[in-house]
Design a protein around this ligand. Sequence first.
Ligand code: NAP
Length: 219
Amino acid sequence: MPLLAGKLGVVFGVANKRSIAWTIAQAWAREGAKLAFTYQGERLKENVEELAGTFGADTLILPCDVTKDREIAGVFRTVSEKFGKLHLLLHSVAFAPKDALEGEFVNTSREAFGMAHDVSAYSLVACARAAEPLMEARAGGSIVTMTYLGGERAVPHYNVMGVAKATLDSSVKYLAWDLGQKDIRINAVSAGPVRTLAARSIAGFPTMEEIVEQRSPLH
Ligand code: NAP
C-alpha cells in the first residue's frame, strides 16, 4: 500500500520542473497523495498547469501570492470546498531582491529585509494558520517547509535570505508547539544547493555547489 494513499495535499512553490516543490510533489503523488497546486502570477500559470496537469486534467490549480492574505484565504477556501479536509502542506517559497543577495549584508535595505521575511518566513505562519482547521478536521496533518544552512551559519552572499531562514526555522519550532497539540507535525528540510530559478539570484552559487561536492559524504 503506498505511504500516502488517500491523503490530500496542497503544494506552494512550483515554478518549473526544476523546482524542489515539483520533485517533492512527484514523490508525494507517487505514494498515492492527491494534490492541489498554487502559482504566483500569470507568468507561471502555464508552467504549473502543464506540470500539475500530468496528475490529471481535474487537478486543482490556484493563484496565490503569499504576501496577500486574501489570496491565501482563497486557496484554503477552495481546498476546503473541493477536498473537505487536508493532510499535507508543502511550503517551498522564498524570495529576496537580487541586489540583496550580492555584496555585503550590512547594506541590506529595510525594504529588502521586510520583503525577504514576508515572503520566505511569515508566509509559513499564514499558511499554517489557514491549514489548521482543515487538518484538525482530519485529526492531524503534516506541514513541510524548505530551509538552508545559511540560516544557522553565515554563508557568503546568502545574506538576508539566511536571516529570513533563521526566522523560518524558529517559526517552525513555535508552530510545532502550537500545532502539535492538534497532531499537526511541522518540519523544515534543509536542502543542499540545487540549481533552480531561485538559486540563480544567489551570487556565488557555483562555489556553494563546489564546496558541497567536495565535503558532503556522497560528494
Ligand atoms: P524555485 O523553483 O524558484 O521556487 C521558489 C518558489 O517561490 C517559486 O515558485 C516562486 O515563484 C515562489 N515565490 C516567490 N515569491 C512568492 C510569492 N510572493 N508568492 C508565492 N510564491 C512565491 O526555487 P527552489 O530552489 O525550488 O526554492 C524552493 C525553496 O527551497 C525555497 O524556500 C528555497 O529557499 C529553498 N531552498 C533552495 C535551495 C536551492 O539550492 N535551490 C537550497 C535550500 C533551500 P516566482 O518564480 O514567481 O517568484
